[in-house]
Ligand binder design. Structure first.
Ligand SMILES: *[C@@H]1O[C@H](CO)[C@@H](O)[C@H](O)[C@H]1NC(C)=O
Ligand SMILES: *[C@@H]1O[C@H](CO)[C@@H](O)[C@H](O)[C@H]1NC(C)=O
Length: 209
């Protein structure tokens, strides 16, 4: 009997010691939230397209100017430019003699700086060698942020495509000429469209704005 009551006492103590933490955690104030994206940044991204293909991207985000560029390089492929404007227009184009362009009109602008607002906190996770916080939003994106520096480390889309942030240069600005879509984006020649360029469109972060 003495042994049993001793155990109960220990369990009660453990319970009391743990309780305050549980109470603090459940009132929401301690739940981490993702840092908003900086107003301007340049990030180099390494992506596993999950079907075996790999891609590196340069992302230039410019919130004050209402524009966002993704320069997408599939392994041994042609550089694909994706210039997104906050008025909903996106230009997808390649340059050179075989260059083509596709213009898309989205009902929303570029990703908000706080596009992860409304996400669910899933807890701390180690990924890519960093201790991160992990959030999930609308079963569409899983977003990892470095717990120490609050920089994005990785995000995964619902279908397995994972993006790894290799550099994150706050304040980085793309030179002005790189924002200008080429003239063939402003003609109606649909023959110039390349359907294979479409395969990343479902993953646009615009969906989260
Ligand atoms: C890319 O992802 C696929 C599926 O998850 C995996 O099998 C493959 O090893 C990954 N490739 C690289 C280079 O990480
Ligand atoms: C959006 O802005 C871009 C850049 O100024 C322009 O080329 C495009 O025509 C605009 N789209 C619409 C729908 O106004």
């Amino acid at each position: 009997m003495a042994v049993i009551s001793m155990r109960i006492t220990i369990v009660s103590w453990v319970f009391l010691l743990v309780m305050p933490a549980v109470v603090v955690g459940s009132d929401g104030e301690d739940t981490p939230t993702p840092a908003p994206w900086p107003e301007r940044f340049h990030a180099q991204l390494y992506m596993n397209l999950s079907d075996g293909r790999l891609q590196i991207s340069d992302l230039w985000y410019d919130w004050p100017a209402g524009r966002n560029v993704n320069l997408m390089q599939k392994q041994l492929g042609v550089l694909l430019h994706d210039v997104e404007w906050d008025n909903g227009t996106s230009f997808y184009y390649t340059l050179g003699p075989t260059g083509h362009c596709r213009t898309m009109l989205f009902p929303v602008g570029i990703p908000r700086r706080d596009f992860m607002v409304g996400s669910t906190y899933l807890g701390p996770r180690y990924t890519d060698g960093f201790l991160c916080h992990l959030w999930e939003k609308v079963d569409f994106i899983w977003y990892y942020e470095d717990a120490a520096t609050r920089r994005p480390v990785r995000w995964d889309f619902y279908d397995g495509i994972s993006t790894h942030v290799m550099t994150f240069e706050v304040g980085g600005v793309l030179e002005e000429s790189q924002w200008q879509a080429p003239s063939n984006c402003f003609t109606d020649d649909k023959d110039r469209e390349d359907p294979s360029e479409n395969d990343l469109l479902p993953h646009s972060l615009r969906k989260l704005t």
